[in-house]
Design a protein around this ligand. Sequence first.
Ligand code: CTP
Length: 406
Amino acid sequence: MESGKRVLLIISGGIAAYKSLELVRDLRRRDIAVRCILTDAGSQFVTPLSLAALTEDKVYQDLFSLTDESEMGHIELSREADLVVVAPATANILAKMRSGIANDLATTALLATDKQVIVAPAMNVRMWKHAATQENITILQERGVQVIGPEEGDMACGEYGMGRMSEPAALVEAIENFFHNAGQAPQKSLIGKKAIITSGPTHEAIDPVRYLANHSSGRQGHAIAKALAELGAETVLVSGPTQLADPMGVTVQHVKSAEDMLAACEAALPADIVVCAAAVADWRVANPPSEKIKKNGALPSLDLVENPDILANVSQLDKDRPALVIGFAAETEDVIAYAQAKLAKKGCDWIVANDVSPETGTFGGKNNTVHVIDAETIEDWPTLSKEGVGQKLAARIAIHLENNST
Ligand code: CTP
């Protein structure tokens, strides 16, 4: 519970505004007070009445309203909040924030605030990908604004792509993380640090057209890379083949096989932090032929050889070993015991262990229930979205490095 905390929620005009109603409810359930500013465009999608009922407070809409200004001026609105959240954040409001335009109550409050600001962009995929929006986002991030989402999926306009507002649960997590960090803006605490993350499956060639692979979606590794970059780390993501977009602010090396993945990691070293989240194939075909194997009656047999273990290699480096090496243990039984054995065998500092039995839906799914294990402790985390696990892990890494800096 975050009893007594106050969020100023700015709702700008987009179909995703309906999600802000659920966000208000989720925050109120956690005893977080929510005061809303609704833009003119926002009021086309949700009504002040619904928001007033859910927040149990007045909803502020008009910069030049005498009653609003006499009760609570625009400066006071941002001053009395602990955190400002813009959800949904349209391309328009992001552009105004970047330029310092203040031509309504929402943008005036945003220009006047000295509080941490979190934005949850929501827009059509082409508006999101437009160079103007991307530049606005980059500059806002550089100024310390925390950006949550957008996510990929079907859009109200009938298109598919990046631009859906993150779910309220992801925003609640980010807001709770902010409050847990005692009101300190979490971002930028990893400035000056370099991180390498492996993510996704690897494809091991059987012949030029076939390969061995696994069900990893790469969601968890990508989310960790994004979260570390958001904290200011120079981040290199070495990704096997996935369907995911490259996270913003991250240098992505696309690879196919385990051997390529190891080579890309070695090329990116030295680093302060290495997180091996990839589901690296344990074996590859010894000598894949350069021509397609034909069906000629006899069943082919595959000679397999073991792949290099990237996590073990990095953990056991003699020279320039990263300060923190983290592995994952994807298990289907005895999760903790196997994970502890992996920690010892591979020589990494932490293992993030999870149950990937098919009934958990972890492989390819949106959520993850993990245990963070080091030589002394086992921390059981609640079920979180993979983005939530990424943010919590990045925050834990930042705290660890700070406490152990010499
Ligand atoms: N890993 C790696 N390189 C490999 C195999 C695994 O870097 N060739 C890393 C993974 O990224 C993960 C950790 O090692 O961080 C554990 O991977 P996992 O597949 O669970 O362990 P294995 O060592 O393959 O053991 P097993 O398959 O027997 O459980």
